[in-house]
Ligand binder design. Structure first.
Ligand code: SF4
Length: 117
């Protein structure tokens, strides 16, 4: 039987720790698991950084960071991808103040796991 995604951001319980899609490359940028609505927008913004598992029967279904951004250009593309996603599943879990400040300026502070120090 096909496991259609059924959760939306409104279903999110903020008390429950966020679960990362296990396909994410290790690092601070990640995509949350179990919320994918197959918008497929982030991969268009940063095809070098994001991949997509399209098998609905795969519990890893959804997009994921296949590579962590490292260069300034890659960071810009990661921010664009974070801006494009429909339900805030692309997230920054790091604590780098410069990155947090830029995300805040872009209005993406809700997609950060940690507040600005
Ligand atoms: S941003 Fe969210 S809805 Fe869009 S492809 Fe990625 S996980 Fe799915």
């Amino acid at each position: 039987m096909t496991n259609l995604p059924t959760l939306s951001n409104d279903d999110r319980n903020e008390e429950v720790p966020r679960q990362r899609n296990p396909l994410n490359a290790p690092g601070p940028f990640y995509v949350e698991a179990n919320f994918c609505l197959a918008c497929c927008l982030p991969e268009g913004e940063a095809p070098d950084l994001l991949g997509f598992e399209g098998d609905l029967d795969n519990p890893r279904f959804g997009c994921f960071f296949k590579k962590q951004p490292e260069t300034p250009e890659e960071l810009d593309r990661a921010f664009s991808a974070m801006h494009s996603n429909c339900i805030d599943t692309l997230r920054y879990g790091g604590e780098d103040a410069a990155i947090l400040r830029r995300l805040q300026k872009l209005g993406l502070e809700d997609q950060c796991d940690h507040p600005l120090p």
